[in-house]
Design a protein around this ligand. Structure first.
Ligand SMILES: O=C(NC/C=C/[C@H]1O[C@@H](Sc2ccncc2)[C@H](O)[C@@H]1O)c1cc([N+](=O)[O-])cc(O)c1O
Ligand SMILES: [Mg+2]
Length: 214
């Protein structure tokens, strides 16, 4: 029977990565997706920018929107201090099943809470269900037309504090024009653009980093 792309990515991890070694999991996925089959992971080039923002923020509580196969989940979790927590929201149950196995293979499951469901439904429940006060860092990499409504939801639910950082993937390609217009025009955010390339290609893309000013 046919396999799915997430299953093939998991296979590449189990074949080529060392259990308990997050960097080898990241490397195995990048090699597979660069040489065999393109996939919508943030990738190695933008991933280095993600790493630098995570290291700079040194967050205790992170929210990732859009887990897919767990590539950026593993990348972020591998940089978190002890006791830090990464909540990642995934809508598609099949993707969640695969991502849990990738996260486990990397050995970062203690730092990760994968939540199956839609961001719009779960963001309002994070405080009561998981005791989250505010997020130090939010990585937006899910449906591009959800970036803006979910950002407004985070504000309304009091989940951002002075200094919270939003990092959005794909603001050039596929693009998130409404989000960019809102965040760059809003006095309550200080934004900057990190020019890069679409994962595994030469196409232009980039990340938008925005600091919430409270
Ligand atoms: O479409 C893209 N990403 C959408 C990602 C979507 C992921 O997030 C949830 S949706 C969801 C909904 C609500 N709450 C949580 C997750 C999907 O099940 C998928 O796992 C994308 C596309 C390209 N590209 O080149 O076409 C490149 C990229 O880097 C991309 O991120
Ligand atoms: Mg992306």
């Amino acid at each position: 029977t046919q396999s799915t792309q997430p299953q093939r990515i998991l296979g590449a991890v189990q074949k080529n990565a060392t259990r308990g070694d997050p960097r080898s999991v990241v490397k195995a996925i990048d090699q597979y997706c660069r040489n065999k089959e393109w996939a919508m992971n943030v990738g190695d080039e933008k991933g280095c920018i993600l790493d630098s923002v995570v290291s700079e923020v040194n967050p205790s509580t992170v929210l990732e929107l859009g887990t897919y196969c767990g590539y950026s989940t593993v990348r972020i979790a591998s940089l978190l201090p002890p006791n830090a927590k990464l909540f990642t929201l995934e809508f598609n149950p099949h993707n969640a099943v695969i991502a849990r196995q990738v996260i486990a293979w990397a050995g970062v499951e203690d730092k990760v809470q994968l939540i199956e469901g839609a961001s719009g439904d779960w963001i309002p429940k994070m405080k009561e269900h998981y005791g989250v006060k505010t997020f130090d860092l939010v990585f937006l990499d899910h449906w591009k037309d959800r970036y803006l409504p979910d950002t407004k939801l985070l504000e309304e639910c009091g989940l951002l504090r002075k200094g919270s950082v939003l990092l959005a993937d794909n603001v050039i390609f596929p693009g998130a024009p409404e989000y960019l217009e809102y965040i760059r025009g809003n006095q309550r955010y200080e934004s900057c653009f990190f020019k890069s390339h679409l994962e595994y290609t030469k196409a232009l893309d980039g990340l938008e980093k925005s600091v919430f000013l409270g």
